[in-house]
Design a protein around this ligand. Structure first.
Ligand SMILES: [Mn+2]
Length: 243
């Protein structure tokens, strides 16, 4: 039987926002780092079995090497595995961050890099997670399209980074997450990123959420979510505010 597990899900951290290297605006760099550290500490306090990061850990592919190495060390120091995808801000274009720095060499990190989609697994949790490595944020890119069948008897997740669209056509929008793709996915949970405000987009049998950014949006606190999966019980999503 599938074990009872707890996942944490975060996205849109945007490290190095308004920082372009050197000594200028180090306060901005340090503020982003403090928010990320606070997020990780609050995630650790929830004792999850794994952390999902649904894109935009970095604000741009111009992020400083110093911040990238700092983030790799922070992820490597976590007491649980991390599954992650790139977002549009840290996509796999040209010499992007994840091409310059191999996050898969961090022992507890699995970074999804395949544009067509790739499944990563945590056998000890009987957990299978699928996602795509975004190369270009464009209308042609469909983060949840062509999902493979679920692995029977395991927990099945997906990760996606893009814009949620419900029903009506928005064909001009980039990286669309379509409501019917969620409802027909057969997944136990879909971890989404891109919208900085928390949004529950669950459909039919499938729980799906934008975790929100750990940075406050307007007057609202930053957020992340935890997801409790227990065989025979509905997926339970809990919202955590970061004050
Ligand atoms: Mn984004």
């Amino acid at each position: 039987m599938r074990p009872k597990i707890r996942l944490a899900h975060a996205s849109d951290i945007h490290l190095d926002t308004d920082y372009y290297g050197g000594e200028h605006r180090l306060d901005r760099r340090d503020r982003c780092r403090r928010v990320f550290r606070l997020l990780l500490d609050e995630v650790i306090a929830q004792t999850p079995d794994a952390l999902l990061i649904a894109g935009d850990l970095f604000d741009s592919n111009r992020a400083s090497d110093d911040t990238i190495l700092w983030a790799m060390e922070a992820l490597g120091g976590l007491p649980f595995p991390v599954l992650m995808i790139p977002g549009n801000h840290d996509c796999l274009e040209g010499n992007g961050i994840y091409r310059r720095h191999d996050f898969n060499r961090i022992a507890n990190v699995q970074m999804i890099m395949t544009a067509e989609g790739e499944t990563v697994e945590l056998p000890e949790l009987k957990l299978s997670a699928w996602g795509k490595g975004m190369v270009v944020h464009s209308p042609a890119f469909s983060p949840l399209a062509d999902m493979p069948p679920v692995r029977e008897g395991w927990w099945n997740l997906a990760l996606g980074h893009g814009i949620y669209v419900d029903g009506a056509h928005h064909s001009y929008r980039s990286s669309q997450i379509r409501s019917e793709q969620i409802g027909t996915s057969g997944r136990d949970y879909i971890a989404l990123g891109h919208h900085h405000g928390l949004q529950d987009v669950s459909d039919a049998e499938t729980a799906a959420c934008y975790s929100g950014s750990p940075e406050p949006v307007a007057d609202d606190a930053g957020t992340f979510v935890t997801v409790d999966l227990e065989h025979g019980v509905d997926t339970r999503v809990l919202i955590h505010r970061i004050d």
